[in-house]
Design a protein around this ligand. Sequence first.
Ligand code: COA
Length: 196
Amino acid sequence: MKITERTGRLPILATKRLILRDIRVEDISDAYLAWINDPETTKHLEIRHRKHSREDAEAFIKSRLEDIENVKHFGIYDQDGTRLVGNISANINHLHKSADISYIIGHPGAQGKGYATEAIHAIVYYLFRHAGIGHVWAGYYAGNKASARVLEKNGFTVQARIRKKLINHKGEREDHIIAAILPEEFQPNASLLGGE
Ligand SMILES: CC(C)(COP(=O)(O)OP(=O)(O)OC[C@H]1O[C@@H](n2cnc3c(N)ncnc32)[C@H](O)[C@@H]1OP(=O)(O)O)[C@@H](O)C(=O)NCCC(=O)NCCS
């Protein structure tokens, strides 16, 4: 994977097919607003609880850009870095050198292509090998089988099932699953990361 470090800004991570970099305000297209507001795409995400206007989305992106020490919020771009198809974030706990990640592949033309698997691989590689992080975890609704699978494909293992912790999009209580990976368990895969 090619990592371009930039002073005071997020690095740019280039994998086999994707570019992960900071989202620019001008990247907030109507398509982006459509998928962050789409009930089906967001049914397992907390962002489903409210509608997001363009102003909300711009304010959120700006707040992420101003806090890169604590939150690494990458846009996921395909088509040679020109099309924003999703995002992936790592919240850093500096005291414990740990991070939790969350992700979405929202663009309808980009789902089911292995992009989430590739983006998770990239951010985990970056966190372990370049950011000094010693523990990465993710939480998901038990019914989110695609999320369970992308974490499993990246070597995460389930650490906990917190019973009936969440209320899902149908208004039913649902288990919350916590999965995690340690640096010594992570096996970089060149077919996802691409060359240097
Ligand atoms: C979860 C999500 C990120 C996956 O993105 P993606 O790029 O389509 O994922 P990938 O193509 O890398 O892999 C998906 C895997 O899940 C599997 N999968 C998808 N839906 C599934 C389902 N309903 N049941 C079981 N497995 C499923 C796919 O078959 C694939 O596994 P495979 O490669 O072994 O065939 C995407 O669906 C998404 O953004 N969902 C909405 C947001 C979200 O839920 N984010 C995670 C919050 S924890």
